[in-house]
Ligand binder design. Structure first.
Ligand code: ZN
Length: 148
């Protein structure tokens, strides 16, 4: 019983140390993100990414999202996303290779996604990209978790 109480105290104290690391990226009407790479510190517990579409074009013409995968899974996700259609925000039904994603937005809109840092680790290559058809060639960057 004493052991269980000790565990509860430990779980509660770790909540007190939660550190949400907030990152921001923009997309524009020229099919570009403003960042070629993003990184998070080793001591983050949660990662919050906000995507702002600073252009004017509607979602159907120039939609942007922010999707994170391991770099080795990027090509497959881009390919399957393309056939998903705009009604599904150009995201594949099978999201097993996707670590985090935002919804697809148009000019003037913004959106965000929060995910646990446990889903990513230092030393693994990650890539973020936009799944709107044809955008990932330009709209992509390196996502890195710092070791220290
Ligand atoms: Zn896009």
């Amino acid at each position: 019983m004493r052991f269980l109480l000790g565990l509860t105290a430990l779980a509660m104290s770790s909540v007190g140390f939660a550190k949400v690391c907030k990152l921001e990226i923009t997309g524009n009407d020229q099919m570009q993100y403003d960042k070629k790479s993003m990184e998070v510190a080793a001591d983050c517990t949660e990662i919050e990414v906000t995507l702002k579409h600073i252009g004017k074009l509607p979602k159907a013409a120039m939609g942007h999202d922010w999707v994170l995968t391991e770099t080795k899974d990027e090509a497959l996700v881009v390919k399957t996303a393309m056939t998903a259609g705009i009604a599904k925000d150009y995201l594949p039904d099978d999201k097993s290779k996707i670590i985090a994603f935002t919804k697809l937005i148009g000019g003037g809109e913004s959106t965000s996604v929060t995910f646990s840092k446990d889903k990513v680790k230092a030393g693994t290559a990650y890539t973020y990209f936009c799944t709107f058809p044809g955008h990932a060639g330009l709209m992509k960057g390196e996502f890195k978790v710092l070791a220290k």
